[in-house]
Design a binder for this molecule. Sequence first.
Ligand code: NAP
Length: 300
Amino acid sequence: MRVLFSAPDWDRWQGPLAAACPEAEFLLKGDPEGFDAIIYAPGGEIEDLSPYRNAKLVQSLWAGVERIVTNRTLTQPLARMVDPGLEQGMVEYCCGWVLRMHLGMDNYAQDGIWRNDIVPPLAHQRQVTVLGAGALGKAVARALHGLGFDVATWSASGRGADGITAYSGDELRQALTRAEIVVILLPDTAETQNLMDSDRLAMLPKGAAIVNPGRGTLIDDEALLAALDSGQVRHAVLDVFRTEPLPPDHPFWSNSSVTVTPHIASETRADTAAKVVAENLRRVMRGEEPLFLVDRDKGY
Ligand code: NAP
């Protein structure tokens, strides 16, 4: 099997891919018609997929596929990345920032003031909503639930995690009105863009906190800045932006109620993800359906 690697960081992937799937030949270029599958991530060599007529799979190395699913030259089946390492990284990122918001860790400046008037509630007294209950949203919801938080998820279908309240598409209001802390792990699709506009931000309890490692397009930037100004939103931890890197003059940088992290919430880990890629390549070789196929109509 010949597999085209069209993604950055070949040096990082070469060893794990060869070890996980020794029966495949991974190449950086070659006759397009000679490839059985393509490993893809933005920033790789190819954007025109039409000459790759015999490829039976395009395997994304990213969980978010908005930059490939909209590619008009894509006719091959597309699988997104579901990787245990990516999942664990996202769990740690979200739990860390949710705990910071929950405990009010920023209240304690080294300024000689003895601020003992606000004791944080226990986790079970804190309502957290995770928007998105896919591979990552579910893992994060489970971990927060494990820490004792009063967690709910919201997703299109209402499928969530066992033992955790799950709201579906038309129950967004219920999901938001309870959310003292909201974690956003939705994909970027036509349906989800600007989901968190001024109306949705106004549904949150006053002083809610937002953690967004999903995508920058999910939040209306202007509406968020207004909600931060009014105190409707207490703090926003943002990992993803409409333009990345976030331009130096963007108001998020200078707003003390915003924490900017540079799209590092979690990355695909080559050592764990190579095994996922290998499993999908083997499925293709056996003529079976690959795992984690993207629904082109839904966009995720
Ligand atoms: P996933 O498994 O595809 O899950 C997507 C979830 O969103 C599903 O629960 C889905 O609902 C829900 N959803 C989609 N459209 C919706 C809509 N219109 N209304 C309500 N719910 C909707 O994706 P994932 O692997 O969890 O990843 C989620 C996102 O995280 C990615 O798309 C990517 O943007 C982001 N991400 C960020 C980083 C980072 O470092 N910042 C790293 C990895 C991923 P159903 O369950 O009903 O289908």
